[in-house]
Write a protein that binds this ligand. Structure first.
Ligand code: ATP
Ligand code: MG
Length: 582
């Protein structure tokens, strides 16, 4: 490609809405154009990177037995009514009607469509497993699109679905994909970590998210520096550390605590630490048809994790109960407690609570709290004990007990075990050796292509621009003849360019009549991994200069040896990014 011709609409000024480096650089380098909120075009240089990432994904999916197909973006509502998601998915689902007033939607994911295909096409266990996948446009009407293509509304996703005959088969497919994802993200040059994740709206149990480590990431990762435990904070488990254990039960007593609505007020007044108190939080659990009042108990110094709460109660969402709702259930807001609650109130307690000895809590009456309360003595009732605490840095690792650490990550991919959730609802059955029918056992596996590209830039840049890993670079080499008055030099540069093209090296030549500074700046901004400068030294002694964008390292090479040397360097750089089996 000639820089005089390249369609890379670079910018000097970055629009203020670009808050993070990758978004700024994608705009500055002319990789994307915004069309509407959360909707982007990929311009030619940006699209080359996208294609590189997609090639890597395809190679790794195919290597595991994946077979590429292409499903429609527009899907009929019937399929989503059958799966039960038409009503559950909410506003992110872009719904529309055709000319006959029939309901359709823009696919945010493709479980319904692919499961229907398998239902119609697969009869026998002999046809399983199947690993169909596509790289296709998804639409999610996100509440807050931001950070450019990192969180947008229309985006490209690789989605693979596994269909097996049983759970053992699913385990094998899941492990294959886990391995394939390691290979994809390693080859893309990302520093990432697979973490145990919540399986969210898609459902089923068993999921990992692949997190590119970055301060701008929207996810909080909790990990143990001592063992390999790592999870998102949505679900990270907390090892219980109950307080008061070993003490004798003291007589329970009610104490007056005027104007003492927070845990800290209470702890101060009673002269105890917050970890000796129990918070009683009144919630409404939101289900499809109704809302139900319930109470959550947690140690005073901890926070409730509402995602865990929803998962445990199997509800769509939770919200805090209004004051009048709290009063209707016999408690005074700010002074809620579990002792003496009506039998029909559901009480969920965090794992630590029933183990705590002589704790404080609200009395239920205004201006009173109870001291020396003990679940183990039968002072109150619990309907369900579950881990509902939000993990914080420093909490004990659930595996080895050491203090947990945290960092931020960008979710570039996620893998889920779906089990038979969709195959049962949509009737995707196969027949076994004995002629008996069973639902296929499924998994689904997504990678955001654009988000991966943004994450790569987020991890690979400096004040001059992007630093592409060789595997995804739009062009591997840029040739910069920096004295366009010297015709012989220009001719030599053209020859090197032609030779590299012949060898299928992806190369650009900066043939513009621009000052060297402009050429250097653009090459740095666009992030070409290898820059070849041909200038005065070249005219005088036939030496060109190769500079590595990533390290700044410079090599002088005779012009005649350039093509060989560059090819060798490219091969080595690609080799360095291969995934090494552990
Ligand atoms: P998030 O939690 O970030 O909204 P998600 O968990 O809903 O994402 P999945 O359904 O797991 O997303 O989709 C698989 C992959 O698709 C994600 O790991 C991510 O890389 C990509 N992806 C999802 N939503 C978006 C989006 N709005 N913009 C760009 N990429 C996205
Ligand atoms: Mg996800």
């Amino acid at each position: 490609m000639r820089m005089s011709q390249i369609y890379a609409p670079t910018l000097r000024e970055v629009p203020a809405e670009a808050e993070i480096v990758s978004h700024q650089l994608m705009l500055r380098a002319g990789l994307i154009h915004k069309v509407a909120m959360g909707i982007y075009s990929y311009m030619p240089v940006g699209w080359r990177v996208m294609k590189k990432i997609m090639d890597i994904i395809r190679e790794e999916m195919d290597a595991k037995g994946g077979q590429e197909l292409s499903m429609p973006m527009v899907q009929p509502a019937e399929l989503w009514l059958d799966s039960g998601r038409w009503y559950v998915y909410g506003k992110e689902l872009m719904r529309m009607k055709d000319r006959n007033e029939r309901d359709f939607l823009l696919g945010p994911t493709h479980e319904e469509v692919i499961t229907t295909h398998l239902k119609n096409d697969v009869r026998s266990y002999r046809q399983l497993p199947q690993l169909p996948y596509q790289i296709q446009v998804k639409f999610r009407d996100e509440r807050r699109p931001r950070f450019g293509v990192m969180r947008c509304r229309e985006f490209l996703m690789k989605d693979l679905y596994s269909f097996d005959r049983d759970e053992e088969g699913l385990d094998i497919s899941y492990r294959k994909m886990h391995d394939a994802y390691n290979r994809v993200f390693t080859r893309c040059g990302l520093t990432y970590r697979p973490v145990v994740a919540d399986s969210g709206a898609i459902g089923g149990e068993g999921s990992h998210e692949f997190m590119a480590l970055s301060e701008v990431g929207e996810s909080q990762i909790i990990f143990c520096p001592h063992c390999d435990y790592a999870a998102t904070d949505d679900i990270a488990a907390v090892a219980p550390v109950p307080t008061g254990v070993g003490e004798e039960f003291l007589p329970m007593k009610s104490v007056e605590t005027p104007d003492c609505k927070t845990v800290d007020d209470l702890a101060r007044l009673l002269g105890v630490t917050a970890d000796r108190t129990v918070k009683t939080l009144c919630y409404m659990a939101i289900y499809e048809q109704e809302e139900k009042f319930f109470v959550a108990l947690i140690r005073g110094d901890r926070q409730v994790n509402e995602i865990k709460l929803c998962n445990k109660l199997d509800c769509i969402a939770v919200r805090f109960a209004e004051d009048h709702e709290v009063r209707e259930h016999g408690m005074e807001p700010g002074y809620c407690g579990p002792v003496g609650l009506a039998e029909d109130i559901f009480i969920i307690a965090d794992t630590e609570v029933p183990l705590m000895v002589n704790h404080e809590c609200g009395d239920g009456r205004k201006d009173y709290h109870l001291m020396n309360v003990n679940y183990q003595r039968g002072d109150y009732r619990i309907s369900q004990v579950a881990d509902i605490a939000l993990v914080q840095k420093g909490a004990a690792c659930p595996v080895c007990g050491q203090p947990l650490d945290s960092m931020r990550g960008i979710e570039v991919g996620q893998i889920f075990k779906l089990h038979t959730k969709y195959s049962e609802k949509l009737g995707a059955l196969y027949t076994d050796e004995n002629g008996d029918e069973h639902p296929m056992v499924m998994g689904c596996y997504g990678i955001g292509v654009g988000r991966t590209m943004a994450a790569i830039i987020e991890q690979h840049n400096d004040e001059h621009g992007i630093i592409w890993p060789i595997t995804v670079a739009p062009y591997q080499v840029a040739i910069l003849p920096v004295n366009d008055k010297d015709e012989h030099l220009m001719e030599q540069a053209e020859q090197v360019y032609e030779e590299l093209l012949r060898r299928r090296v992806e190369v650009v030549i900066d043939d513009r009549q621009e000052r060297p500074g402009v050429k250097f700046n653009d090459a740095d901004l666009l992030g070409f991994p290898l820059r070849v400068t041909m200038g005065k030294k070249c005219s005088e002694s036939g030496l060109a200069e190769i500079k590595l964008r990533a390290t700044g390292e410079v090599l002088e090479v005779p012009v005649g040896e350039l093509a060989d040397k560059l090819q060798q360097m490219i091969a080595e750089m690609i080799e360095e990014l291969q995934y090494k089996d552990q």
